[in-house]
Design a protein around this ligand. Structure first.
Ligand code: NAP
Length: 284
């Protein structure tokens, strides 16, 4: 029997998810607060239902891609979820996921929490990553459908918070690098150099950067702090220079100051002759 899928949320991401499902022959009911976003999807076979209660009652599988968990809770308030299989693909914290799992399972649904690690234009490829965790039955019921949205699915088991934890940790790594890059771009710009050339340089050395991240993660896991190639003391000097450069070139000093205070905490704690992994002890 053909699954009856409800797609809740037709923003930039939800619209693409609905389109992929429809293009792959799925029967999809559409719900969105504002109806106009459903129009292009109706043209390719989607069924728009303005009444969410009716839409939920008519479908077995509910895929959610709304602004956040609070909006999800708000729009589904008072609607029966008995027997439904729900996949939440809005971005949230691990605690959001745990609370939603408890609340929806109490209301009779099986709940899978998901995190999309891609932009709308990257969806639907064999390499598109989606992290999932939560109810095993919800996972087995929806795996084939989710594979249409992203081929690189990772199911991390029944604890609902795991997908969100991986997602936000990955976003931290990504945006941390982007903020460092933007700061570097200002340095380059202020010296009359081309930002695009810095981008190309970072692109070229990306495998080295990735190796450094991997080595540091191994050090942290194995509690290896001693015998550094570059001591924390030497690394911290970078940020003294960067704070001075910010003043000399009249740049925003926020990034350099933030990094300097973190490294200084490491030095104050006596880790000057240790590896960068020792900063983890400061953060803990
Ligand atoms: P978006 O274009 O801003 O869409 C937001 C959606 O939430 C729309 O359907 C909007 O309805 C709905 N919404 C917002 N407030 C609402 C309210 N008070 N009541 C009812 N509906 C409400 O965002 P998006 O890019 O599609 O992102 C949706 C989710 O996917 C977010 O959690 C985001 O973090 C996640 N995500 C996005 C990307 C991405 O690259 N875009 C990547 C990974 C994950 P209206 O259309 O009526 O405003």
């Amino acid at each position: 029997m053909k699954e009856r899928i409800l797609m809740m949320g037709l923003g930039a991401m939800g619209s693409v998810l609905a389109k992929l499902l429809l293009e792959n022959g799925k029967s999809v009911t559409l719900w969105n607060r504002s109806e106009e976003k459903a129009r292009p999807l109706k043209a390719i076979g989607g069924i728009y239902t303005p009444d969410l209660s009716e839409a939920v009652a008519a479908n077995d599988i509910i895929i959610i891609c709304l602004h956040d968990y609070a909006v999800t809770e708000q729009v589904l308030q008072g609607i029966s979820l008995e027997g439904k299989t729900i996949v939440q693909l809005s971005t949230g914290t691990p605690q959001d996921a745990r609370l939603m799992a408890a609340s929806f399972e109490h209301r009779g649904a099986v709940y899978l929490d998901g995190a999309i690690l891609a932009t709308p234009s990257q969806m639907g490829t064999p390499h598109t990553p989606i992290f999932l965790s939560g109810n095993k039955l919800a996972w087995t019921r929806t795996e084939a459908i989710l594979r249409i949205l992203g081929g690189a699915l990772s199911y991390y088991g029944e604890a609902p918070g795991i997908a969100a934890a991986w997602d936000i940790a990955a976003l931290s790594s990504m945006f941390g690098m982007m903020i460092g890059f933007l700061n570097g771009a200002r340095i380059v710009e202020s010296e009359g150099l081309q930002v695009a050339d810095l981008g190309n340089m970072v692109y070229e050395i990306a495998p080295v950067l990735a190796q450094m991240v991997k080595d540091t993660s191994d050090d942290i896991q194995q509690q290896k702090y001693d015998n550094p190639q570059s001591s924390l003391d030497i690394c911290a000097g970078t940020f003294d220079l960067m704070v001075r450069l910010s003043a000399e070139n009249k740049l925003d000093p926020g990034f350099a100051q933030f990094a300097r205070q973190l490294f200084r905490k490491g030095l104050d704690a006596g880790y000057g002759q240790q590896r960068i992994s020792a900063l983890m002890k400061v953060l803990r």
